[in-house]
Design a protein around this ligand. Structure first.
Ligand SMILES: Nc1ncnc2c1ncn2[C@@H]1O[C@H](COP(=O)(O)OP(=O)(O)O)[C@@H](O)[C@H]1O
Ligand SMILES: O=P(O)(O)OC[C@H]1O[C@](O)(COP(=O)(O)O)[C@@H](O)[C@@H]1O
Ligand SMILES: [Mg+2]
Length: 371
């Protein structure tokens, strides 16, 4: 069945736009750029779907028209004016998929822009396979989208975590403590790695590199004798050698959690677990801080505002050129696009031997590896 043409030689008349998955700074900048670009270049009507795919999974669908006024003044705003959901999933059942497609028809949409992360792009790909004309825009603070070297929202999250680490450092110094700071990022360690480097963390522990507890303890103990304190920056998906990841909940009854990295688990609390394990091995007090959703909130950095604007405009260009089933990308510093088929069910984690890992190790940051 082909609902809509996979490539359109002419301008779309009516374009839907939605934000899916966890929110992040810069979503509004994308919504603004897509809307302004389409209004200015071809006068298409832009329809904002409310609360991500949830807005397409109800009867009637929840959506509203976006015009110049609706997107005026939103560039600097965190979150998303449209709302988002990281629960609603059109792939949950055949009925959910059918309802989503029917609602797209009911709204009279020629095309849909999906701004989301790996989960949303997996959904977008499946809908594109059903004949929907879709363009994806990579969003996530985790920076874990395959084929794209930088998702907007990541820079802002790194800035927030960096500031938090700096603040932790001063109190760590005062009290001769070992401070553990847990970042978000799911199964990718990008946030912990970049913020840890930016704030001179003494140890950086990533989901991609299981840590050796005795080696970490030795590193902290040696530092305590020389420098009074240690700051450990740990990604939420990290685990000890031979251990398991720390889960808050298995939130969705969906795909097999053990099978794939993008399984719908809610991570969190590894800092507290590490605190308990590390404390008996050290002659200093250990404290844990879980930064949580503060990392996703607030106004985007100038970098993210620019990146999100470029991505939104690029999405509009893809629509105008009739390039559907594609996600906007940045590769080698150049804007481009990649097939949703390549992005779906994939994740971009920190590869072994990445230059940032090498540099961290060479300047003496502990990555939790056995001596
Ligand atoms: N492997 C998957 N296959 C299909 N749908 C998924 C998968 N992982 C997540 N989803 C769904 O995608 C949506 C967004 O996922 P999530 O990972 O929270 O956000 P993001 O799009 O930012 O990655 C949710 O509705 C979730 O149920
Ligand atoms: O808001 P929730 O449900 O607690 O989700 C938390 C998760 O969402 C994120 O903030 C962002 O992930 P996504 O971009 O995949 O939505 C993760 O870093 C974190 O593990
Ligand atoms: Mg994701």
């Amino acid at each position: 069945m082909s609902l809509l043409p996979m490539s359109a030689p002419t301008c779309p008349r009516r374009v839907g736009i939605l934000t899916g998955g966890g929110d992040c700074p810069g979503l509004n900048a994308v919504i603004r750029a897509v809307t302004q670009s389409l209004l200015r270049q071809c006068g298409a009507e832009v329809i904002g779907i409310e609360d991500g795919f949830a807005g397409l999974l109800c009867e009637p669908p929840r959506a509203r028209r976006l015009d110049w006024d609706a997107v005026s003044g939103i560039l600097l705003l965190g979150g998303t004016i449209l709302g988002s959901s990281n629960r609603a999933n059109p792939l949950d059942s055949a009925q959910a998929t059918a309802l989503t497609l029917a609602n797209v028809r009911r709204l009279g949409l020629d095309a849909l822009v999906v701004i989301g992360g790996d989960g949303s792009m997996t959904i977008a790909h499946a809908l594109a396979q059903q004949g929907l004309a879709i363009v994806g825009v990579p969003k996530t603070i985790d920076n874990d989208l395959y084929g794209c070297e930088r998702s907007f929202g990541f820079d802002t999250a790194v800035a927030t975590v960096t500031e938090a680490l700096e603040r932790i450092q001063t109190t760590a110094h005062s009290h001769r403590r070992v401070m553990i700071v847990e970042t978000m990022g799911r199964w990718a360690g990008w946030i912990a790695l970049e913020a840890g480097l930016a704030a001179a963390a003494d140890a950086i522990l990533l989901p991609e590199l299981d840590y050796d507890l005795p080696a970490l303890a030795r590193h902290c103990q040696a530092r305590l004798l020389r420098e009074r304190y240690s700051v450990i920056c740990i990604g939420e998906g990290a685990k000890a050698l031979g251990g398991t990841a720390t889960l808050q909940a298995t939130t969705w009854p969906m795909t097999d959690p053990a099978a794939g990295a993008i399984a719908p688990l809610r991570l969190g609390g590894v800092a507290h677990r590490l605190n308990q394990a590390l404390q008996p091995l050290l002659q200093a007090e250990v404290r844990a801080t879980v930064l949580g959703h503060v990392q996703r909130g607030g106004s985007p950095t100038p970098f993210d505002r620019v990146l999100a604007t470029l991505y939104g405009n690029q999405a509009a260009q893809l629509l105008l050129q009739g390039h559907f089933g594609r996600m906007v990308t940045l590769s080698g510093g150049q804007l481009g696009h990649i097939a949703l088929a390549e992005v779906a069910q994939q994740q971009r984690t920190v590869p072994p031997g990445h230059p940032l890992l090498q540099a961290a190790q060479q300047i003496g940051v502990c990555l939790g590896q056995p001596d």
